[in-house]
Design a protein around this ligand. Structure first.
Ligand code: GTP
Ligand code: SPV
Ligand code: MN
Length: 596
């Protein structure tokens, strides 16, 4: 398959340690994919869904302990602790490697070791990188086939001397001779490891088969390792969706938006505007790589090829484009399975059929108080299947970004939308976004508020203070007029338990305002926190007054902001020396504006 000596040696070396029964080099063909799926169906690991209802789609249930990312088992193994920073778990690289070599030894006995060559980003783009993942999980192989550009073409690009990001993954459950496998082999949480080595650009993972823990092209490579590459090479790897938005006159702009996990990226990326005549198209729903073009603007690609999206509440009402995207060629994990081999979940839009199995494979009892679909259950589907996939998602050059949005789940304080006064103010806004914790991560208290700077707290591969400085530097060296404008948005504000903004497709009204601001329309006014819409600048025509209170959604409450500034102060003070002066200055300016 390849003449790349470094790759061949590397595979042989790992095969010696893992001791698998076989080695399979993935060519990325449909036939190969089908064979692996058929084998999983035959062994009871996968269920083939009803061909009439969900053509070419498959269903999986994980072990109940292996349902989301494990942040407390995720490590940035830089040489010094300071280089990982206080927002990351750290173990020295040699110590971690020693530990992991021991548990890796013989870990693939009785299994096949798959070698998956893949490209993050369109084949051949100067923004793309090649990775190779070694895994003993066929579930990972069929997911990487959708989530990345995978197979022989990636090897061809690598050629004889090309460089790749090495990604090592084992579920850590070797089989003795004749031993029968369980449905979802994995290690207990405290034995899992998700390790990034930023200096040598390596990823070593162990013990989990799920999502960002195992599909190593995604969070481990495209964010943790790529953020380090970006810092070294002068670009940005971010937890951001990318969308194209076209106004009534046919003018198109691209917007990137960072929200923490399970806070609405997939939904915003493919929303159907309720503003008549406007159109939104999807370039990506989770990750953006942004580099300056020769024209001085910031250009973005989506390094991924598929959606790994939150299932619950996805319906023809909330997100019709996602719903349509997942009707065929889709992999479902941890949702409900109906007696006629279709899928069901909370918020799908119809009642649960009698006899449906829940994600733990028990007949679902509506009165149990437990959900039928696990709250972090996911669909995996190719981006190309999205009815509003933007053609530019295949474009190796990417798309020029006009605006960057930051947001999170905030019940109070943060208004529906406001705009940064300048780049550094925008960097400050990104650095202090917070969110109520969602079910996308195991081991943290759901609903509790935490700071999640740039939605990158779990994904920054180096010291977060240095990361802030990198963002400041990106702006310093750039042509200010060509930099994207920066906004903060919050769809989740509540009063007396009730949403103040209807969200979903209605968010297009805020996007339309942002679009017009990018054309410098005179529709904004100053406030202590930044520029806010003038009265009437956000079109709320036709909205049911029961579902919207724009005054309350936009309110800037002095007391709430007093508390907010205190939490920013204490959050910033955690950083110590490696913290940009520029952000301290921006915080002081914010304080001063409230005094005026
Ligand atoms: P990751 O894939 O984990 O990075 O998540 P994501 O940011 O793509 O989140 P996603 O769009 O999947 O949304 C997660 C949850 O938020 C879903 O249950 C949605 O129904 C809900 N949600 C999304 N947008 C809105 C909104 O505008 N308003 C409200 N109230 N809820 C929303
Ligand atoms: C997230 O948690 O932000 C996700 C899902 O997008 S995972 O791929 O598991 O990281
Ligand atoms: Mn994500």
């Amino acid at each position: 398959m390849t003449k790349n000596k470094r790759l061949i040696d590397w595979v042989n070396q790992w095969a010696n340690l893992f001791e698998p029964d076989n080695i399979h080099w993935c060519d990325g063909t449909e036939q190969e994919n089908q064979r692996i799926l058929d084998d999983m169906v035959a062994s009871g690991v996968a269920v083939k869904l009803n061909e009439e209802k969900k053509p070419n789609s498959y269903y999986f249930q994980t072990d109940p302990s292996d349902v989301a990312r494990v942040e407390n088992r995720t490590f940035i193994c830089s040489k010094t602790k300071e280089d990982a920073g206080h927002t990351n778990n750290w173990v020295a690289p040699d110590i971690m490697k020693e530990t992991m070599r021991k548990i890796y030894k013989g870990a693939m006995k009785g299994r096949t070791m798959y070698v998956i060559p893949f490209s993050m980003g369109p084949y051949g783009s100067d923004k793309s990188y090649i990775g190779v993942e070694i895994t003993d999980s066929p579930y990972v192989v069929v997911h990487m086939k959708i989530m990345t550009r995978m197979g022989k073409r990636a090897l061809d690009i690598l050629g004889e001397n090309g460089e790749f990001i090495p990604c090592i993954h084992s579920i850590g459950v070797p089989l003795k001779e004749g031993e029968k496998d369980v449905k979802w082999p994995c290690r207990p949480i405290e034995e899992k490891y998700i390790c990034q080595f930023p200096e040598t650009k390596e990823i070593w993972a162990y013990g989990s088969g799920y999502g960002g823990n195992a599909l190593l092209g995604k969070k481990c490579f495209a964010l943790r390792i790529a953020s380090v590459l970006g810092k070294e090479e002068g670009w940005l790897a971010e937890h951001m969706l990318i969308l194209g938005i076209t106004n009534l006159k046919g003018e198109k702009k691209y917007i990137a938006a960072a929200f923490p996990s399970a806070c609405g990226k997939t939904n915003l990326a493919m929303l159907i505007p309720t503003t008549p005549g406007w159109k939104v198209e999807t370039v990506g729903d989770d990750i953006a790589w942004m580099k300056f073009g020769e024209d001085g603007r910031l250009w973005a690609i989506n390094p991924e090829n598929g959606f790994f999206g939150v299932v619950p509440q996805t319906s023809m009402d909330t997100n019709p484009n996602a719903f349509v995207s997942i009707q065929k060629n889709t992999l479902y994990t941890n949702v409900g399975l109906t007696p006629d081999k279709d899928v069901w979940w909370e918020g799908i839009g119809w009642d649960c059929p009698e006899g449906t199995l829940d994600w733990k494979n028990k007949v679902y009892d509506k009165n149990s108080g437990e959900p039928c679909a696990q709250s972090n259950s996911r669909f995996t589907a190719p981006i190309a299947q999205c009815p509003v996939a933007d053609k530019a998602f295949e474009d190796p050059i990417g798309v020029p970004i006009s605006a960057i949005l930051f947001g999170g789940r905030r019940q109070s304080t943060i208004p529906l939308v406001y705009e940064a006064n300048n780049w550094n103010h925008g960097v400050m806004i990104g650095s202090v976004i917070g969110s109520e914790i969602t079910s996308a991560v195991i081991g943290l208290k759901e609903g509790e508020l935490r700071h999640d700077p740039f939605a990158m707290k779990p994904f920054c591969g180096y010291n977060m203070g240095d990361y802030f400085q990198h963002w400041v530097n990106i702006g310093k060296d750039a042509d200010q007029d060509k930099l994207p404008k920066i906004f903060c948005v919050n769809w989740f504000r509540k009063e007396e338990g009730k949403w103040l903004w209807p969200g979903y497709g209605e968010n297009s009204r805020v996007l339309a305002y942002i679009f017009d601001r990018c054309n410098s329309e005179d529709i904004a006014q100053d406030s202590p926190i930044g520029k806010i819409p003038k009265d009437g600048a956000i079109n709320i025509e036709g909205l049911d007054p029961k579902n919207v209170d724009i005054k309350a959604a936009m309110k800037i409450d002095k007391e709430e902001w007093g508390r907010e500034i205190q939490t920013i102060d204490s959050f910033y003070s955690e950083f110590g020396e490696r913290f940009p002066m520029e952000l301290k200055q921006e915080l002081n300016k914010l304080k001063d504006r409230f005094k005026q």
